[in-house]
Write a protein that binds this ligand. Sequence first.
Ligand SMILES: [Zn+2]
Length: 609
Amino acid sequence: MTFKRTQSALFVIAALGLAACGDKQEASSQSEPQALTKKDAQQFVEKAQQDLAEMLVPAAQAEWAYQTYINQDTAALSAYFNEKVTSKATSYAKEAAKFNSVEVDADTRRKLNLMSNILVMPAPGDPEKSARLAQIGSELGGMYGAGKYCRTEDECFSLPEMSNIMATERDPKLLLEMWEGWRQVSPPMKALYAEQTELANLGAQELGKKDLSEQWRGSYDMEADAFGQELDRLWGQVKPFYEALHCHVRAELGEKYGEDIVPQNEPIPAHLLGNMWGQSWGNVYDIVKPEQKMDVIDITKALEEHNYDEIKMVKQAESFFSSLGFDPLPETFWERSMFKQPTERDAVCHASAWNLDNVEDLRIKMCIQKNGEDFSTIHHELGHNYYQRAYNKQPTVYQGAANDGFHEAIGDTVALSITPKYLKEIGLVDTIPDASNDIGMLLKLALDKIAFVPFGLMVDQWRWKVFSGEVTPEQYNTAWWELREKYQGLKAPVDRPADAFDPGAKYHVPANTPYTRYFLAHILQFQFHRSLCEIAGDKGPIHRCSIYGSKEAGAALNNMLEMGQSKPWQEALETLTGKPEMDATAILDYFEPLKAWLDEQNQGRQCGW
Ligand SMILES: [Zn+2]
């Protein structure tokens, strides 16, 4: 769920600081001396697509070179192309908006909308303001990147070090120190963030939007306000299950740390959940796990016993897709990918999937560790690659996911099929543990994925209110914690200082990466999985289902993938699931045995906050 540079075409633009999507708007703020025609619109779309397509390839190559071989020159090249693509996309977005009131065919309209909605932080036309916006963006990024906490003058902690302590240490004083320490990085961001919001709102208004909030919410093939309501509806479906999970976790944390630290009728203090942001809780599994011993497959051990190296792990993941009927990966994938951490140069190890020429130059970039987690991540990354290849025949602006939640969801959907049944079929394990052992696996997964859902929702709830002016800079931090409490049932472990800017301590806020995509991906992956299992004819419980080997499921998946962004996401969704609505009830189906178990554990406990 972390930010990954994936996808192609417009998604590369998104990775370079912009994002794609669609909406319709009346009247641009620019005056039009001559009436524009339908033909002008079509010509513009054709030319812009061709131009973008040509620019994206060298930009992706420069970025690949930089991320796999960090040095002064590759950094300069990557920055050079980044700037080129950004300014080109900005000018096309503005030009596309000029056709807002011109009558055109539906396909051209969709392409224009996608182009004009491409910007996450639209720059105002005034060159001084535009330069200031770019400067703030890089300052905020720099402040986050350089962030550290120093206990004394010579004892400092980086974010990865602190994250590691949050994950593994159990001394509440130390956890609180790290939690507060990291949040010292963000107060200086606050004034910059407010200024950035003002400037980007101007830019959004020049594109014909009310403000940046409308620009962000309007990228989902429906009215901005209706989309917000849709998210609330989905959250309502998950909430009872989340509350049961929250109740159990709070009770176990109370037992571990004492009820004076974890009061049983209040939100959970955010520093005790094994994660710097309390966003996923898998690291406290050992505290909240079932008492009875669970027979859980150790994939890491199985990989070792069967002599899997990095390449064999990737080959196995490829064969998963081959079993669904997808063509093998091209030879160049094996020649050009980065599978291992380079020994004599710096590289970005964060896993990602690429299509450099937007045709067949597929690659992954990973520093693969020979363990179960990375085995799953490889399946996930290849999910991106197969999606990229499936839509490569679409026009350039349609080469992207149906909406920004879909790309992440596809990778995760595939990873959900790494079940004991699959591991047995590929010969990694000899026996499938009995169903009574599933609770442990389901609880771990729920701590990672379901605990995340309300966080995935609240980050942009906060930003939308900030962008629209409903939340003023003085209210930044209190509004953040109101939403943290409302959705997640978490609270700050200590009173926050008056200058605190806790949203800035989360990467995606200073980096301006929209976050709703992660919420959507968490809902969609279970919905996709449930549908694919039905198509594959799997009659068992869906948490035990693997679509491995099902050509029918593969064909259904491919039908959706190859649409890319050419149609509203509702149509893509319907192609696979038979319904045009997102539906979070698949989460409830998937975790049904766990919900029953949690309800049992929670008997006599006071739940809620
Ligand atoms: Zn991904």
